[in-house]
Design a protein around this ligand. Structure first.
Ligand code: HEC
Length: 232
């Protein structure tokens, strides 16, 4: 009995126990449209050209969207034995589920120049990250505003409160935000490829249950009619 209770307790609260606490800075909110296939494909193309040299996506559904975007299993660094600094870049197939859309969006915006790091950059969300600033050619380079607050308060700040662009890249800030939104949309799609179908089927299921509800209501009236007659 006690053991069963303990198991139920652990199942109920495992999500709470797993939570990693407050992120280092406030997460910016990305507004993706998971029904926008063109956006997902643009994000996929960006991933294929800029991220796939390091990151695999082994659990991706290799459908038409992935093929047209050029995110293909044979092009991924599956069997690379040694990585710089000994850190293997994590697989990103389920990243949007693990970290969340906002987290990825914020991470990709939060790189800044730091000459003390081997990569020359640091990241506000993942301090001392091993990932180089891959988006710098597009976003440009950012520097940290040093005078702002103490690190204990950073979780109340957005990345743009703590960083300034010192050299713009090939994109304007608006274009870069749009490109990162597409990229996050692609990663979101990769982690939940059936979401759109599920939503569509969900409405049919609700409609079906509504019809059943009406039918059962009249059926119930029909049955109880006789019962009431008997009582009299
Ligand atoms: C040169 C190799 C390289 C490239 C290219 C690269 N990354 Fe990374 N990335 C890494 C490494 C290494 C890490 C692990 C960082 C760490 O844990 O400190 C990482 C970590 C990440 C993480 C965080 C994973 C986590 O949950 O901690 C995300 C998200 C990510 N990369 C996305 C991207 C995206 C999107 C692109 C393309 C725009 C990209 N990366 C391009 C090497 C790379």
């Amino acid at each position: 009995m006690m053991r069963n209770l303990l198991i139920i307790f652990l199942l109920l609260f495992s999500s709470v126990l797993k939570a990693e606490g407050v992120p280092a800075i406030a997460l910016a909110q990305v507004s993706i449209d998971p029904s926008d296939v063109a956006s997902i494909k643009r994000g996929g193309k960006f991933f294929a050209t800029n991220c796939m040299s390091c990151h695999t996506m082994v659990y991706l559904r290799y459908d038409k969207i992935a093929q047209e975007a050029g995110v293909l299993y044979d092009k991924m660094p599956i069997n690379v034995a040694s990585w710089p600094f000994g850190i293997r870049p994590p697989d990103l197939s389920l990243e949007a589920d693990v970290r969340g859309d906002d987290w990825i969006y914020t991470y990709l915006h939060s790189f800044y120049q730091d000459s003390t790091r081997p990569t020359g950059v640091n990241n506000l969300l993942v301090p001392n990250t091993a990932m180089p600033d891959i988006v710098a050619p597009y976003q440009g380079t950012q520097v940290r505003v040093t005078e702002k607050g103490s690190s204990a308060l950073f979780h109340a700040y957005q990345w743009y409160d703590l960083l300034v662009l010192d050299k713009q890249g090939t994109m304007t800030p608006e274009q870069f935000d749009a490109a990162m939104t597409d990229l996050v949309n692609f990663l979101h799609y990769a982690a939940s490829p059936y979401e759109q179908q599920q939503h569509r089927i969900g409405w049919w299921v609700l409609g079906f249950m509504l019809i059943l509800l009406v039918m059962f209501y009249f059926l119930k009236k029909e049955y109880w009619k006789d019962v009431k007659k008997h009582k009299k």
